[in-house]
Design a protein around this ligand. Sequence first.
Ligand code: ADP
Length: 422
Amino acid sequence: MTILLGCIADDFTGATDLANTLVRQGMRTVQLFDAPTDAVAVPEADAVVVALKSRTIPAGEAVAQSRQSLDWLRTAGAHQFFFKYCSTFDSTPDGNIGPVAEALLEALDADFTIACPAFPENGRTICHGYLFVGDVLLSESGMREHPLTPMTDANLVRVLAAQARHPVGLVPYTTVALGSTAIRDAFAALRAEGRRHAIVDALSDDDLLAIGEACLDLKLITGGSGVALGLPENFRRAGRLDAGSVADSLPHIDGPAAVLSGSCSRATLAQVARMRQSRPAFQLDPLKLAAGEDQAAEALDWARGQLADGPPLIFASAPPEAVRAAQDHLGRMAAGELVEGAMARIASGLVEAGVRRLVVAGGETSGAVVQALGIDGIRIGGQIDPGVPWTTTLGEPALALALKSGNFGAEDFFLKAIACAP
Ligand code: ADP
């Protein structure tokens, strides 16, 4: 197998978001979970995205896992590499974006890369090096209060400089607006000054396409999924990627479907309410789980009786007051782990019962389900709603999976997803 683009993502649903962007730009894309080993049989693909969970782990571990993934991607033939992080530049005060980017540069024997988390479609824009979320600075957005990675400075040059050993520069919007040649010249000038990183301003998808074109000769690019928009075209222009290739075709998968929801985001709560209007549902309750009630077994017994009539919904999703009550009683982490553990057991039981198409809501919840099912990787198919594609698993039995991070998807997402399953 020879892949063109090798990607490393610092979290799970972020990896799928990037893979979805690449597929939509015509690259056949496979996502692998955790640093891959040689034992994983990967089908023919133009891009591989390795999904790590390295955003908040100690920097040394994040570097080690990223290096291991890089080695695998190089062996698989990748020509260019992409380090994907969140469009809100989520990182702890000591890293991991800077340390991982520098370790990858060193391993690639390269001395310059960009950092561009902009994602204008989702309201993330960069101007004069400052990251905006909608119309407020990152540091005035909800990210200020994030439990794991609070972002209190919107100036990305400063934030990255604090995490990096080498100097950080800026390609300002006035240069980006001039197009790819001017951007490439700015890269060369910063590199000549000894700057190893450049924050690149971007306000629109057109900016991202120009930046992508300017990245043609960079070994490593770092950013959000947005800046990957312009990369496939470089391979196409070089004749390495077919102009008319169909990137999103998936094998057809037959079998009963089910929906598991462990996300408590506003979008997911509306999706759960909508599905309950027309389909039967079973509710998990962390307080009952903590009291020793075997709700996973009850939910499975119940679901087995429903499968023949259409997809059942099993959900723990609850409004903020109920989540807070459970967390106050059990602790935040313990409440989450109880629900994730139950969801993982239910997913395994459903597959044993013959389910072959699963929709899962929640980033952490998806992680728990993928792990319980022993899935090494997925092939990325067509988009259901922005940022959420259908996927099929690489191993046996082949499953169709739709993994939705909390805030994604329209209100009718669950049944719409099943109606367009591969
Ligand atoms: P999102 O993508 O919306 O952030 P996640 O699955 O990543 O969703 O996170 C939701 C977390 O909330 C999970 O750890 C899940 O187990 C937990 N959870 C789900 N339902 C409840 C509940 N009723 N009370 C407390 N925690 C819950």
